[in-house]
Design a protein around this ligand. Structure first.
Ligand code: CAA
Ligand code: NAP
Length: 245
C-alpha cells in the first residue's frame, strides 16, 4: 500500500522537495509545511504537473500550537498522517566563543523541538491505525560533531536519541521510527558554507562529490514503505563514506 498521507516538514527546501517528489511518485498524498510564504502555489502546481497529489500549509515548526493545529487540519481535510518526515532544519554556524544564545536556541528549536512538536500530535493516530512511519532527518554532524556547529551537532544528535526511545515505545503497534543522517548534500544549506571551507570538506568525501537530494529521498521512500517494517530505531548514514561507524 502506497497511497497514504505523508507529512514532510520543510518540503520546499532542497532535500524536502526531493522527498516530496519521491513519496508522491510512490503514490502517497504529500503534505508539506512552509514558514516563509510566497512559493506554495508554484510548488503545488509543479507537483501537480508530476501527477502528485500535494498540499502545502503554513506552519512554523518551532511553535507547538501551530504543529498541533496543522496535524488536526490535515487529518480532517486530507486524512490521518501515516508517514511523518521531520525534515525542516536550519544552521547558525559559529565557534562556541562567538555563538549567541539566540543562535543556540533557534537551531535547537527548529531541528529538535520540532521533532517532538510534530510527533506528539500524530502518534495516537498511528498507534490506533496499527501502522506508521516517523523518519527524522538528522546529519553526519550529529554523529561526528563539526567545528563551528555545537548547536547543530547537539540538536542533530538529540534527534537520534528521540528516535531510539520512541522506536521502543511504539514498535509493537506497527509504527517504526528511524533517523537518516545525510552527509553534505548539494542544497542552499551547504552552499552557504564559505567556498574555501566547502571545498576542503568535499575533499574529505571518499566518493568525491556532494550527495544529491534525490539520494536522500530514495532512502526516505524505502523507510516509508511496508517492506521496511523491520527497521526501527536505526540511524542510517548516507554520506559518501565521509564518516563510517
Ligand atoms: N578544524 C580545525 N580548525 C579550524 C577548522 C576546522 N574544521 N575550521 C577553522 N579552524 C580554525 C581556523 O583555522 C582558525 O584558526 P586560527 O585562529 O589559528 O587562524 C580558527 O579555527 C577560527 O577560524 P575562523 O576564523 O574561520 O572562525 P569563524 O568563527 O570565523 O568561522 C566557521 C568558523 C563559521 C564555523 C567556519 O569554519 C565554517 O563555516 N565552517 C563550516 C562549518 C560546517 O561544516 N557547516 C556545515 C553547514 S551545512 C550542514 O550543516 C548540513 C549538514 O548537516 C552536513
Ligand atoms: P534547506 O534547503 O535550507 O531547507 C530547509 C527547509 O526547512 C525549508 O523548506 C524551510 O522552509 C524549512 N524550515 C526552516 N525553518 C522552519 C521553521 N521554523 N518552520 C517550518 N519550516 C522551516 O535545507 P536542506 O539542505 O534541504 O535541509 C533539509 C534537512 O536536511 C535539514 O534538517 C538539514 O539539517 C538536513 N541536512 C541537510 C544536509 C545538507 O547537506 N544539505 C545534510 C544533512 C542534513 P521555509 O524556507 O519556508 O522556512
Amino acid at each position: 500500500m502506497t497511497n497514504r498521507v505523508a507529512l514532510v516538514t520543510g518540503g520546499m527546501g532542497g532535500i524536502g522537495n526531493a522527498i516530496c517528489k519521491a513519496l508522491g511518485k510512490a503514490g502517497h498524498t504529500v503534505v508539506t509545511t512552509y514558514s516563509k510564504p510566497g512559493r506554495e502555489d508554484a510548488w503545488v502546481a509543479e507537483m501537480k504537473t508530476l501527477g502528485i497529489s500535494a498540499h502545502a500549509y503554513p506552519c512554523d515548526v518551532t511553535d507547538a500550537a501551530q504543529c498541533a493545529a496543522l496535524v488536526a487540519q490535515v487529518s480532517s481535510e486530507i486524512g490521518p498522517v501515516a508517514v511523518l518526515v521531520n525534515n525542516a532544519g536550519i544552521t547558525r554556524d559559529g565557534t562556541l566563543r562567538k555563538m549567541s544564545a539566540e543562535d543556540w536556541s533557534a537551531v535547537l528549536a527548529t531541528n529538535l523541538d520540532s521533532v517532538f512538536f510534530m510527533a506528539r500530535p500524530v502518534i495516537d493516530g498511528m498507534l490506533d491505525a496499527g501502522w506508521g512511519r516517523i523518519i527524522n532527518i538528522s546529519s553526519i554532524n550529529g554523529q561526528k560533531g563539526q567545528f563551528g556547529q555545537t548547536n547543530y551537532s547537539a540538536a542533530k544528535a538529540g534527534m537520534h536519541g528521540f528516535t531510539m526511545a520512541l522506536a521502543q515505545e511504539v514498535a509493537r503497534k506497527g509504527v517504526t521510527v528511524n533517523t537518516i543522517s545525510p552527509g553534505y548534500i548539494a542544497t542552499e544549506m551547504v552552499m552557504a558554507v564559505p567556498e574555501d571551507v566547502r571545498n576542503k570538506i568535499i575533499g574529505q568525501i571518499p566518493v568525491g562529490r556532494l550527495g544529491t537530494p534525490e539520494e536522500i529521498a530514495g532512502l526516505v521512500t524505502y523507510l516509508a514503505s511496508d517492506i521496511a517494517g523491520f527497521i526501527t530505531g536505526a540511524n542510517l548514514s548516507i554520506n559518501g563514506g565521509q564518516h563510517t561507524m
